[in-house]
Design a binder for this molecule. Structure first.
Ligand code: SAH
Length: 350
């Protein structure tokens, strides 16, 4: 093993902090040995804070209409071959009921930026879910909105918000997004969510088009400094109807290594083994958990719409019913010595 890489990993293990250049050094010198050691350190923290428990979040992808045109995303506005759908409030509430019965205590309402749902519509949905299931944590992931709107959703009962920062480098951000979207606004939104009191999930794509190891190191540094409660990462995966159709997808190895480093940077962080990770490798999510992740997010959307929420090609879990999805994931976790729990799944220390 590269001596300097080994020293840096040991330093990270005791100090939970490195310089951006040092993170880059680790990323540039990644090999199996270094990955194994990082995963060993990461599992120590995972075990200390979460034992062998894996938290579940039920994901309801309630609309694939989107006003945005992110260059990497399959549901971008300019993809005219995307068959659009939106779920009614009743259907969304039914998904939550089904999820609750299956043991989910967190529901994530995710969608494109679809302003046909007014703030009042969103608040109604949140209130209806909370009215039936007081102990279900409602998480939103509906993109950039005003602080006023975020405040309203909080008052209606939402307590978590997932808004990946996508990349910590403003210049790369500009290459991945259309001109009307800005890194500054994304950061402003994250700051607003924090101030309101949400548990916040940031996150980034691994090996997105044009991303260097320095950019990725910036993402690690960002997480070290911002300390989001959750950090969702997954490999970039190309989608054939986007400008990045021919860009290579991110790798399993870099994603797993980033997961281990994130766990070492912030031992209590909630770290999902994402669907994108499960898409690039049949055992991707299991490997993610073994690298330090502690959350999985099975799909609760009605099966009829799942294929249509195609952010990238070949997305997994678009066929099974919610219960099957959960059963399958439960078995997968058991196969590696972990167990899925019925629990709101707060970050350790909250
Ligand atoms: N509209 C919401 C939800 C976006 S979808 C928002 O803006 O936050 C959730 C995440 O999927 C995105 O934040 C992005 O990181 C990821 N994603 C989108 N397209 C992807 C692709 N082609 N490959 C991998 N991940 C992708």
């Amino acid at each position: 093993m590269d001596t300097k890489a080994r020293q840096l990993l040991d330093k990270l293990n005791t100090e939970h902090s490195l310089q951006t250049e040092e993170y880059q050094y680790l990323l540039d010198h990644r090999n199996q040995e270094l990955m194994d050691l990082a995963a060993e350190y990461a599992r120590k923290y995972q075990n200390q804070h979460y034992g062998n428990k894996v938290f579940i979040r039920g994901l309801v992808e309630f609309t694939n209409f989107c006003r945005n045109n992110c260059l990497y995303c399959g549901i971008r506005r300019d993809n005219h071959n995307c068959e659009r759908y939106r779920l009614s409030a009743d259907t969304i509430v039914e998904c939550a009921n089904e999820g609750y019965a299956l043991g989910f205590r967190t529901i994530v309402l995710q969608g494109g930026e679809d302003f046909s749902y007014s703030d009042e519509d969103i608040c109604d949905i949140i209130r209806r879910i909370k009215a039936s299931h007081e102990d279900m944590v409602v998480t939103l992931s509906i993109g950039e909105r005003s602080k006023k709107s975020y405040q309203k959703y909080y008052e209606a009962g939402a307590r978590r918000y997932l808004l990946r920062h996508e990349t910590a480098n403003p210049e790369l951000y500009a290459k991945l997004h259309p001109a009307e979207l800005s890194w500054d606004n994304r950061m402003e939104c994250l700051k607003n969510l924090n101030e309101i009191g949400y548990q916040v999930g940031a996150g980034f794509m691994v090996e997105s088009p044009g991303q260097t190891t320095y950019d990725l190191a910036m993402d690690l540094k960002f997480v070290e400094e911002f300390k989001p409660d959750m950090c969702g990462i997954g490999p970039f995966i190309s989608h054939k109807e986007t400008p990045f159709a021919n860009s290579p997808s991110g790798t399993l190895e870099t994603t797993l290594f980033c997961l281990s480093l994130l766990r070492m940077i912030y031992p209590q962080v909630l770290l999902p083994a994402t669907t994108a990770l499960g898409t690039i490798h049949p055992k991707g999510r299991e490997m993610g958990i073994k690298a330090g992740a502690n959350v999985v997010m099975p799909n609760l959307s009605p099966t009829g719409v799942r294929k249509k929420y195609a952010l990238y090609d070949n997305k997994i879990c678009t066929g099974e019913e919610a219960a099957e999805c959960l059963g399958c994931l439960g078995q997968r976790m058991e196969s590696i010595g972990y167990k899925i729990v019925t629990d709101p799944g707060n970050r350790a220390g909250l």
